[in-house]
Write a protein that binds this ligand. Structure first.
Ligand code: DC
Length: 211
């Protein structure tokens, strides 16, 4: 059997990562991994347990003791606890407001990295996040950085019906010490402000097939 292929997609909030990654994964028959959902699931767990998300030591302890497991359901992989994935809950404004605090804790990043890398056990992947091209799979030849104007991204998030300050979250995600969001050498940068997802995903698929 040939080695799994990894398509790594990074970019700021609402840059079209999820929409495009799902289309690409379905088209190529790859497994889709939303790493943001993993951080959101931990952030949700922190809120549930009354953990102070700004206390890195408390978040580290919470993560150390967290019996979450990678589970493949259909063509996606999630973190579940006792067979439960809080799919709706992790998209709330409350979770969105705190997730980047949880995501900057070095222990959490190492914990996630180990699990995200192990996703190749499920086959070829389309994995999206903030540090996939720089830190999780830096050696994959298929690296993409999606972007869109701040206005377009805020409009997309508003259309999702989620109230949040995208700029503040993006600022935290790009300036933190541990594995910040950045454009790496070798990543194809695609600004999809005026583009339909079908066009963006077709461009990515063509690049992957042609390489
Ligand atoms: O993609 P998203 O908006 O659902 O991600 C939620 C948060 O998780 C994001 O603000 C930063 C964090 N994150 C991260 O630090 N690294 C990743 N690979 C994915 C997400």
């Amino acid at each position: 059997m040939s080695d799994p292929i990894v398509i790594a997609i990074d970019g700021p909030s609402a840059s079209g990562k999820s929409t495009n990654s799902k289309i690409i994964a379905a088209e190529l028959g790859f497994v889709y991994v939303d790493t943001g959902a993993m951080y959101r699931t931990l952030a949700w767990h922190a809120l549930q347990s009354g953990t102070n998300v700004e206390d890195a030591a408390a978040v580290e302890k919470l993560c150390r003791d967290w019996p979450a497991e990678l589970v493949r359901r259909g063509d996606s992989v999630w973190l579940e606890v006792d067979g439960y994935f809080p799919e709706e809950e992790i998209r709330s404004s409350e979770v969105s407001a705190v997730v980047s605090h949880v995501a900057q804790v070095p222990f959490v990043r190492d914990w996630m990295k180990e699990r995200q890398r192990s996703c190749v056990q499920f086959g070829s992947l389309v994995m999206e996040g903030r540090d996939i091209t720089s830190n999780i799979f830096p050696d994959t030849p298929h690296k993409f950085y999606l972007d869109a104007s701040a206005q377009v991204r805020q409009a997309r998030r508003d259309a999702d019906g989620v109230e949040e300050n995208l700029a503040a979250r993006d600022q935290r995600d790009s300036t933190r010490k541990a594995a910040p969001l950045k454009k790496v050498d070798g990543a194809t940068v695609i600004n999809n402000s005026g583009e339909a997802p079908e066009e963006t995903s077709a461009r990515i698929i063509a690049l992957v097939r042609g390489s």
